[in-house]
Design a protein around this ligand. Structure first.
Ligand code: CO
Length: 163
């Protein structure tokens, strides 16, 4: 049995998908506390993590969508809204806000093994922003793919922390 499915003359598509599910959507905001309050009031979402990630120049909050008291496990059913406030104007999110204003910043997809995912994606015709994984929210390992090759959507791969 073939390990790949071929569509016409395009590149082979893997039978086992690299992307397991949508993990989170990242939303750029100017005022994190106001944005958190907006999502809590509008949808009753719960903040499950709030942290400063200096390496990425952001202060952020993760709000869980669905099953607030249910199980959270890699590849599992939970997903999040990630609200991102820049630590300064010269950070990536600060520049995004200046250019595009508040709104959807990136989409994060869960993967089982981020190093394996990067190795698999590296030969494909789009650019990796991160050739090696770095630290993300809630102990995850993450890597970004360049939006220019993905229809303008900054795309993040997320290997959730184990346990
Ligand atoms: Co993210």
């Amino acid at each position: 049995m073939s390990a790949t499915i071929t569509q016409g003359n395009t590149l082979p598509r893997l039978e086992a998908p690299v992307l397991l599910r949508i993990d989170h959507v990242g939303i750029a905001c100017r005022d994190l506390d106001a944005a958190v309050a907006r999502y809590q009031q509008a949808f009753g979402l719960t903040v499950v993590s709030q942290e400063v990630i200096a390496e990425q120049g952001v202060r952020e909050a993760m709000l869980q969508v669905g099953q607030p008291d249910g199980p959270v496990f890699p590849g599992g059913p939970a997903s999040w809204v990630q609200l991102l406030e820049p630590l300064g104007p010269d950070t990536p999110v600060g520049k995004f806000l200046a250019r595009r204003g508040e709104g959807l910043h990136h989409v994060g997809y869960a993967v089982a093994d981020i190093s394996a995912a990067l190795a698999e994606l590296a030969p494909k015709p789009f650019r990796l922003i991160d050739e090696r994984p770095r630290h993300g929210s809630m102990g995850a390992s993450i890597a970004f793919l360049h939006p220019a090759d993905l229809g303008g959507v900054l795309t993040e791969l997320v290997e959730p922390a184990a346990g």
